[in-house]
Design a protein around this ligand. Structure first.
Ligand code: UT7
Length: 321
């Protein structure tokens, strides 16, 4: 039994925050943000929390798969901005919103969360344990950034993406390979330092903090290695890839990794200018957008990559169905 990506869906909150809007909040300017990151706008959830975004993305993925929520065997949700501190998981809240009683779990792999969720769904399906798994990357990072810190608040945005991963006997449409990694020696580089038991469960230090420049360098190095490895071990080159769908943190990281594997510019999907860095949601949001525009078509081979806090990083070779 193989696992395939049967459908994709997304939900993006309405409110748009432009670089010009940010100029009124922190000491920054449109030129700096555009030049260093490629970001022009990001969407912000006002009255919604992460489970609301996740639920709407899940409904979209279910609709696109022509499936009912009752057909789902399990929910795996990746987020760094969960509804609750430790419990219940946001996945449980989403299961309730969908009206189903099923195994549901959150995973914390930061911006690599969607690729980790994909890997877990693939393993559950290939083991024969489940047939249909709903995976979700959902974030309201606007609620955990420090709006006084110009080095981070300009970078992130809110949104959610979801996919139905299901069992297939057809190898042609199956996920080919997934590469996931983590190295905890970088734990302080990208962190929400408060909250946990280590800090007496502080609730006033929830802000995301990042050593941006150092993170950038490790991201380019590890991602380039991961995409090179996954292509090589599957005897593929960038010529065999129809779409490079990278995590959308910074167009300069995307460009550097694409150059490392000689990926032509026109195959790289870029949405960072519109949505900023939406962490675990960025890859499914990007796939969804290109699919809805009719650019990604059935049978196209996608190369995904992502990097985030932990550090965690990874890549995946996924045919679009
Ligand atoms: O998705 C999870 C993983 N995250 C990432 O992969 C993000 C990785 N990092 C990056 O994308 C980039 O490092 C940033 C976009 C965060 C920063 O770009 P940079 O080219 O690495 O800039 P920098 O941190 O070296 O800062 C350069 C200057 C500094 O001023 P001085 O010390 O040179 O005077 C910063 O204080 O830019 C200043 N700066 C800003 N200026 C205007 C930092 N943030 C801003 C800002 N507006 N918003």
């Amino acid at each position: 039994m193989f696992a395939k990506m049967k459908s994709i869906g997304a939900y993006i909150p309405e409110k748009i925050l432009t670089n010009k809007d940010l100029e009124k909040i922190v000491d920054t300017d449109d030129e700096w943000i555009t030049k260093r990151t490629g970001i022009k706008t990001r969407h912000i959830a006002e009255d919604e929390v992460t489970s609301d975004l996740a639920y709407k993305a899940a409904l979209d993925a279910l609709k696109n798969a022509d499936m009912d929520a009752n057909e789902i065997d399990m929910i795996i949700l990746a987020t760094i901005s969960p509804d609750y501190f430790t419990m219940p998981s946001t996945a449980c809240v989403v299961a309730d919103k969908l009206g189903i009683v099923r195994p549901a779990v959150d995973i914390a792999a930061a911006c690599t969360g969607f690729i980790y969720a994909l890997a877990q769904a693939k393993a559950f399906i290939e083991s024969g344990m489940y047939k249909n798994i709903l995976i979700i990357g959902a974030e309201t990072i606007s609620k955990i950034v420090n709006w006084k810190d110009r080095t981070t608040c300009v970078l992130f945005g809110d949104g959610a993406g979801a996919a139905i991963i299901n069992a297939t006997e057809n190898k042609e449409e199956a996920i080919i390979d997934i590469d996931i990694n983590a190295d905890g020696k970088y734990q302080d580089y990208l962190i929400t330092p408060g909250r946990g038991v280590k800090y007496g469960c502080e609730t006033d230090r929830i802000w995301l903090e990042m050593k941006g420049n150092e993170t950038f360098k490790v991201a380019v190095k590890t991602l380039s290695q991961s995409v090179r490895d996954i292509l090589e071990r599957n005897n593929l080159t960038s010529d065999d890839i129809d779409w490079f769908v990278p995590h959308q943190a910074n167009y300069r990281i995307i460009d550097a990794v694409a150059r490392a594997i000689k990926m032509p510019k026109e195959k790289s999907i870029l949405t960072v200018h519109k949505y900023g860095n939406t962490s675990s949601a960025s890859i499914p949001m990007a796939i969804n957008e290109m699919a809805k525009k009719g650019k990604i078509k059935k049978g196209d081979l996608m190369l995904l990559d992502a990097f985030g806090g932990g550090f965690t990083w990874g890549s995946a070779l996924v045919p679009f169905n």
